[in-house]
Design a protein around this ligand. Structure first.
Ligand SMILES: C[S@@+](CC[C@H](N)C(=O)[O-])C[C@H]1O[C@@H](n2cnc3c(N)ncnc32)[C@H](O)[C@@H]1O
Length: 210
């Protein structure tokens, strides 16, 4: 997956220009940015920094992290403010006792295998201070707009074939969780759970409990 995202880097943010998604993107940005003012944010899988740039406008500090060294560095370079730093970090191996009160991961949860979702949230809960805000958001599957599902495994994980402009093709894990599954998963780790959906996106949030 890292090779895919590093190779896709120059064209990645084109997904944020799709005309039919603009209203939903405005909605998503408003929702996300309403959580962060004054917070110290740990951003997981920050990619090219599209959300880092938005969050950092009002957060007190953002640590933009990605498993790719190349992408982690780019997220910071793309930010005009001075309250952002970067670090290489594996989302499944977040260090413990970090001094953050908000964790954000955009468009990453879809790349977590169904049987690893609980472990992923448990890792986050173990690393963050109790009470910290957890915010995950990602795509909903929209027929005619989303890349078709090319394969479904016995476990129910779904994959897409993604072609880049250089002609290379990657099979990428892309799960589309149902709202009730997100709600039930979040309730295992958070209070104040909220799961919202627009046509193209979902956004789940809550406050982590000890
Ligand atoms: C769909 S992109 C999301 C980028 C950004 N958050 C956004 O919403 O525009 C997924 C990102 O996950 C990163 N990634 C893949 N595996 C990872 C892992 N195990 N830990 C942390 N980041 C990972 C990739 O390098 C890529 O930047």
């Amino acid at each position: 997956m890292l090779q895919y995202y590093e190779q896709r880097r120059p064209e990645y943010e084109a997904i944020y220009s799709k005309p039919e998604r603009q209203n939903d993107l405005d909605w998503l940005e408003q929702q996300i940015c309403s959580f962060v003012p004054g917070r110290r944010v740990l951003e997981i899988a920050s990619g090219t920094g599209y959300w880092t740039r938005r969050i950092s406008k009002t957060a007190s500090f953002v640590l933009a992290t990605d498993a790719s060294e190349q992408l982690a560095a780019i997220a910071v370079e793309s930010c005009p403010t001075h309250n952002v730093q970067s670090q290489v970090m594996d989302a499944f191996s977040i260090p413990k006792d970090l001094n953050f009160d908000c964790l954000i991961a955009g468009f990453f949860f879809s790349h977590v295998l169904l049987n690893q979702q609980r472990q992923f949230l448990n890792g986050i809960a173990q690393s963050m201070k109790p009470g910290s805000k957890l915010i995950l958001f990602d795509n909903r599957f929209v027929e005619g707009s989303s890349t078709p599902i090319s394969r479904v495994t016995e476990a129910g994980d779904t994959y897409q074939q993604q072609r880049l402009s250089d002609g290379s093709c990657f099979e990428v894990l892309k799960n589309f969780p149902r709202s009730e599954n997100l709600t039930s998963l979040f309730h295992q780790f958070c209070r104040n759970v909220s799961v919202k959906e627009s046509q193209y996106f979902w956004l789940a949030s809550g406050n982590l409990v000890a």
